[in-house]
Design a protein around this ligand. Sequence first.
Ligand code: GLN
Length: 190
Amino acid sequence: MIIGVLALQGDFDAHRRRLEELVAEVVLVRKADQFDGIDGLVIPGGESSTFLKLLGPGTLQKLSDFVHSKPTFGTCAGAIMLAKEVENPHQPGLNAIDMTIRRNAYGRQIDSTIVEAASALGEEPLEMVFIRAPRIEKVGPGVEVLAKRDDYPVLVRKGSVMAATFHPELSADKRVHAEFLKLVRNGSRR
Ligand code: GLN
């Protein structure tokens, strides 16, 4: 089982470390042909508009094919990439999860914050680090909400695709990545 972490920009290295702690084999993905060799993909936080620029049309198509066929986990900017509709401002989404997401919805960098909330991942509250986070404004049918902040979903899953608007790679709790690795082990989309 090899997990790719999209490594164009952003905090990909924190995901690599976390996945390695969970004894996954990790490759940093920078080129289109690397998608063929991985069983699951993490799209990290960073700047989603920059990802779109750096990917270019060929690699974006490869990424799109991947997220529609194999387990993928997007955090923050990665969650924005996976959405169906992106607002503030509008930009293309890969439509891997039927959700509308609003970029920078909680304010500027200075408003970044740490929240603890209940989640479907167990009894212990989940620490959630929000950094210029987007907000999931609406989810479509069949999208599971695994955690919420106030009344908005912050951790969602559709089939074998997961998205978090926070940064689980920056907390000590490994449950979110472990949940993603379960999806990869299960392989196909439910
Ligand atoms: N504000 C970024 C965006 O809109 C996301 C921030 C993050 O990934 N920490 O893409």
